[in-house]
Design a protein around this ligand. Structure first.
Ligand code: ZN
Ligand code: ZN
Length: 590
């Protein structure tokens, strides 16, 4: 227990420090709202212990909520109560930061109500019941002494049989796709109890008697998981629900999840139009590049085929497997230098990004990803995890390197690191909000990263020409457009599949022909779209809203428009939905 005390003191110290700083400037309404937010979050964690643990709040680690009718009623009561409390605050009395927090809290509460009462995935999605990853986190993350984590693990594990019994009780006419996914994922998760737990017990200093008791509980837990998957396999499901969400529910979910100024249908129409524009631009570039790469050969008569040929040719330009990480590392300082030289956005050099080889538990994912500290671990490092291709078989590595070729690798760095996700995160941390840290708007976050890809190329970024680059090469643009087609077609795919009955065949055609994807990637995307809804829209929607907003301001301010000022102001609102940022920025300008 001793180890915990300094951590708690430390937390209180940082909290009161940030309160002190701003205290005198706060209006009484903001003061009241701030303390309400703290109470809100604490009660949110009480009814969502799993969510709490995942963001680093470990007080309820030993609790596993049984997903029965009683827990749903508790959650609905919570939503009603909090919505009532929220309605007592007048938006006009609150600061901009609190206004956006207020909107986001209200949205979250209504989204939860809608999920329980309207979407009802708890009835038709058997894969929503799976305990393994939250248990794996307790063993894999070193936030408290191992023995303490193991004891909480054991207390939580005792509820697993009741958890799956409640799941069986809830499920009615599930979709076949979610049923198959539930069986696959639940069986896959058993290793947490059969391997990870015994391994952790070996490393611990617990007494043998206690270890044995935990192993016995684990055996019971494994049995319940297996029983659940058997039950699913034998379920008489004569009228399975379609995995397609349908137009009405889709539109509603889009509203809650994306919080866009546009409807789902409007975004779909924009994506269709954008796809056409991208194809037109790509063909123009292909015509221009053709003689350079295929001298003496006439251009293919079929436009889409010609583009495909050119993309494949350019994909041959890629790094060797053993220099993948070094290539990524070398690009980060080049990006920073280019941004400074061109006055694109202020980059805080006191918070450098820590680049590391991806940790073992992420191995196999490859690529690159940002790992940010959670809201309860503010002083933790932000890592840029870079995958290693060592141990991959030659063909798999080659196809991967072609996908993340010389051009795309640069765009990936812009997106994930600078000035994409990492830069956005640094700005978001400057106006800390626990609400935005836990309810951050994905369309804004992904939209920003996608927006910066285009912004960097428009500003002339091209790694081949270094810091003095003034214009991105046609090769770079062509590959960027191919990359951008991915998020554009994600939106077309998701909307068409869930609201327009698009067949698997048509979906694969869209991805392989219109978006130039490999068959394996397209198949993977089909699997994803058949078990998720709306999430795939966040990239294109956020990007479109940010880009359009910037153009609108540019037209309005004309020569007074400053790109750097726009970026810094835009990010200063934190991870709020774009429509609210836009509203506040426009008001500020008047
Ligand atoms: Zn190659
Ligand atoms: Zn991203």
């Amino acid at each position: 227990m001793k180890k915990i005390i300094p951590v708690i003191i430390f937390c209180i110290a940082t909290f009161s420090f940030s309160n002190l700083q701003a205290k005198d400037m706060l209006s009484p309404a903001d003061k009241a709202f701030n303390s309400y937010k703290e109470r809100f979050v604490l009660s949110l964690w009480k009814i969502n212990p799993g969510w709490a643990s995942s963001v680093g709040f470990h007080k309820y680690d030993n609790v596993l909520v049984i997903p029965d009718q009683k827990s749903r009623i508790l959650e609905l009561d919570f939503c009603n109560k909090q919505l009532d409390s929220l309605s007592r605050f007048k938006l006009d009395d609150l600061s901009d930061a609190n206004k956006t927090d207020h909107h986001m809290m209200e949205n979250q509460l209504k989204y939860t109500q809608w999920g329980i009462q309207e979407q009802k995935a708890w009835q038709w999605d058997p894969s929503s019941y799976n305990v393994s990853s939250s248990f794996a986190d307790m063993l894999g993350n070193d936030y408290a002494p191992l023995e303490e984590r193991l004891r909480n693990f054991a207390r939580r594990m005792a509820a697993i049989p009741a958890y799956y019994k409640a799941a069986e009780h809830n499920i009615k006419n599930p979709t076949l796709e979610h049923t198959a996914l539930a069986i696959e994922q639940n069986l896959g998760g058993i290793s947490v109890f059969e391997q990870d737990l015994p391994d952790a017990l070996k490393r611990s200093t617990l007494e043998q008697k206690e270890k044995d008791a935990m192993l016995a509980k684990a055996a019971t837990a494994v049995l319940s998981i297996k029983e659940y998957t058997e039950w699913l396999k034998n379920l008489k499901n004569e009228n399975p629900r379609s995995f397609r969400l349908g137009k009405e529910l889709y539109g509603q979910k889009f509203g809650f999840e994306i919080q866009s100024g546009y409807t789902a249908d409007e975004i779909y129409q924009k994506a269709l139009k954008h796809k056409q524009e991208l194809h037109d631009e790509m063909y123009k570039l292909t015509e221009k590049l053709w003689p350079k790469y295929f001298a003496g050969h006439p251009i293919r008569a079929n436009k889409m085929e010609a583009i495909q040929y050119m993309i494949e040719k350019l994909s041959e330009n890629h790094v060797k497997a053993d220099s993948f990480q070094a290539a990524i590392e070398a690009q980060i300082p080049a990006l920073v230098a280019f941004i400074k030289k061109n006055n694109l956005i202020y980059i805080d050099s006191s918070k450098p990004l820590v680049i590391r080889k991806e940790p073992a538990y992420m191995a196999g994912v490859a690529g690159a990803s940002i790992n940010a500290p959670g809201p309860y671990d503010k002083n933790g490092n932000t890592y840029y995890n870079v995958g290693s291709l060592s141990g991959w078989d030659k063909n798999k590595a080659e196809s991967y390197l072609r996908e993340y070729n010389h051009y795309i690798l640069q765009i990936l760095n812009i997106h994930e690191a600078i000035p994409g996700h990492y830069t956005q995160l640094v700005y978001a941390n400057q106006s800390p909000s626990i609400i935005k840290a836990i309810l951050g708007n994905n369309a804004m976050i992904e939209g920003w990263a996608v927006y910066t890809e285009r912004m960097m190329l428009e500003s002339g970024y091209d790694g081949d020409n270094g810091i003095n680059s003034a214009m991105a090469s046609p090769e770079m643009w062509l590959m960027y457009y191919k990359w951008n087609l991915r998020s554009t077609c994600n939106t077309i795919l998701d909307y068409s599949v869930h609201t327009k009955n698009m067949s698997k065949e048509a979906a694969l055609e869209l991805l392989t022909k219109d978006a130039f994807q490999q068959q394996a990637e397209a198949e993977g995307k089909w699997k994803r779209v058949s078990v998720t809804q709306v999430q795939l829209d966040c990239y294109f929607t956020g990007y479109t809203e940010i880009y359009e907003f910037r153009q609108e301001l540019k037209n309005k301010l004309k020569i007074d428009f400053r790109l750097k000022a726009f970026h810094e102001k835009f990010l200063s609102y934190g991870s709020a939905p774009v429509k609210y940022i836009k509203e506040l920025m426009m008001k500020d300008m008047k």
